[in-house]
Ligand binder design. Structure first.
Ligand SMILES: NC(=O)c1ccc[n+]([C@@H]2O[C@H](COP(=O)([O-])OP(=O)(O)OC[C@H]3O[C@@H](n4cnc5c(N)ncnc54)[C@H](O)[C@@H]3O)[C@@H](O)[C@H]2O)c1
Ligand SMILES: [Zn+2]
Length: 378
């Protein structure tokens, strides 16, 4: 074909690749790569063609990518309606869920409708829950727009909202019909949000994949500069790991708990500060360094693991220490943590980089002493 006639394809990271995620409710594809948003119409074709679509997104994401998603929705030929949320965790409420449900019903959604969650983890979680509830369950497609939502929130079927008593306390397991991860969307993601996504990527590598961890260390500069082929590789690897873990333990009774590495302290930090100051990913970064230090202290984690993790997280611009102020509030908040095993608070440790284990028999005095030391800066 003469080069002048060649179809112009925006594809800086190679052809999109598909990971198949298995779940008890059926298997679904996660399509990863630059330009994969254009696969949306194809995923809605055939015997399971929905009667209507209901798009849920937030104002930030629509400001940047509203036209791109609506263009794909129009290409399906299926009528669609929209609910637009205010950006941020404050929208993950029952009130906003009711808004979504009411607007979907008023627009004429029936059992064969399909919701489209287009945004970060907030939009993904609330839309999934709305889809699980609408007429006792309709399909939904995840189109994550933040790095964190791509590598973590959009795969695995956990959906839900916050209630005044705590984060994610109402929800359902509801698997999406498909996930589309278009890396081009990340171009408009604020740098701080991107760093928060890197915390969950580093977590995924740290608990399960030493090779991925080494690749991130080696290619740090290129990854931070946003190299599409490399980023596609890293996102795909994270999705495969999350899929593997979730396939083995869909309802979090065992293996899935390792995904909570760094989260025991992170939840304490988030609760103590009123979900405002550190982003979730940032709190997880601090929590991972602490869990590695505590693990080393208890003899569970191989020495030098904490230093290695801390260096990598710091290189990605993530916080790795805590200020002195918050200690007693964090201790109180952790005392209320509901993620307990039969013997006590559940901790995820690395036995070494790339391997994790769960323990619920750490004596409170041991982790509390370590935490005080950690907060005071070693
Ligand atoms: N279901 C799960 O398994 C799971 C796992 C991890 C996290 N979560 C949930 O995910 C949520 C956090 O997700 P998040 O970090 O994506 O937060 P978020 O949805 O609040 O998005 C972060 C911010 O980035 C903006 N944004 C997102 N994509 C953008 C883009 N492409 N361009 C410009 N701005 C963009 C959003 O408008 C928002 O202001 C939490 O509620 C958490 O509980 C769920
Ligand atoms: Zn997390």
């Amino acid at each position: 074909m003469p080069s002048g006639k060649r179809k112009k394809v925006k594809n800086r990271g190679g052809e999109p690749r598909t990971v198949r995620v298995r779940s008890t409710g059926g298997n679904y594809p996660a399509v990863i790569g630059s330009g994969s948003l254009s696969r949306l119409p194809l995923l809605l074709k055939g015997k399971r063609r929905p009667s209507r679509l209901h798009l849920v997104s937030d104002r930030n994401v629509l400001r940047h990518h509203g036209e791109a998603i609506r263009k794909q929705l129009r290409r399906t030929g299926i009528p669609f309606s929209e609910t637009v949320l205010a950006p941020g965790e404050g929208s993950k409420t029952m009130e906003q869920m009711q808004r979504i449900l009411r607007s979907a019903v008023r627009s004429g959604c029936d059992r064969n409708s399909c919701m489209i969650a287009f945004g970060g983890g907030v939009v993904g979680d609330i839309t999934g829950y709305a889809a699980a509830s609408l007429l006792r369950g309709v399909e939904f497609i995840q189109v994550p727009a933040s790095l964190l939502a791509m590598v973590d929130a959009s795969v695995g079927g956990k959906t839900g909202v916050n209630i005044p008593e705590g984060k994610n306390l109402a929800g359902a397991f509801h698997q999406p019909r498909a996930v589309i991860m278009d890396l081009d969307l990340l171009g408009t993601l604020p740098a701080r949000q991107a760093r928060a996504g890197w915390a969950e990527i580093i977590k995924t590598a740290a608990i399960r994949d030493l090779r991925l961890l080494s690749l991130i260390e080696r290619e740090r500069e290129a990854l931070l500069a946003g190299s599409p082929p490399l980023l596609a590789k890293v996102v795909e690897r994270c999705v495969r790991i999350k899929a593997e873990v979730v396939e083995e333990d869909e309802r979090e009774s065992g293996l899935r708990m390792i995904l909570n590495f760094g989260h025991t302290l992170a939840h304490g930090i988030e609760a103590a500060q009123g979900y405002g100051r550190l982003l979730h990913g940032e709190a997880v970064a601090v929590g991972m360094v602490f869990a590695a230090r505590l693990g080393e202290r208890l003899g569970v984690t191989r020495e030098a693991t904490a230093d290695r993790l801390e260096a990598l997280l710091a290189a990605f611009g993530l916080p790795v220490h805590l200020s002195k102020l918050s200690c007693s509030r964090i201790l109180t908040a952790m005392g209320r943590d509901k993620k307990r095993g039969p013997r006590g608070l559940r901790w995820v440790f690395l036995s070494r980089p790339g391997e994790a284990l769960v323990r619920d028999d750490v004596k409170p005095a041991a982790w509390q002493a370590e935490l005080k030391k950690f907060i005071q800066g070693k």
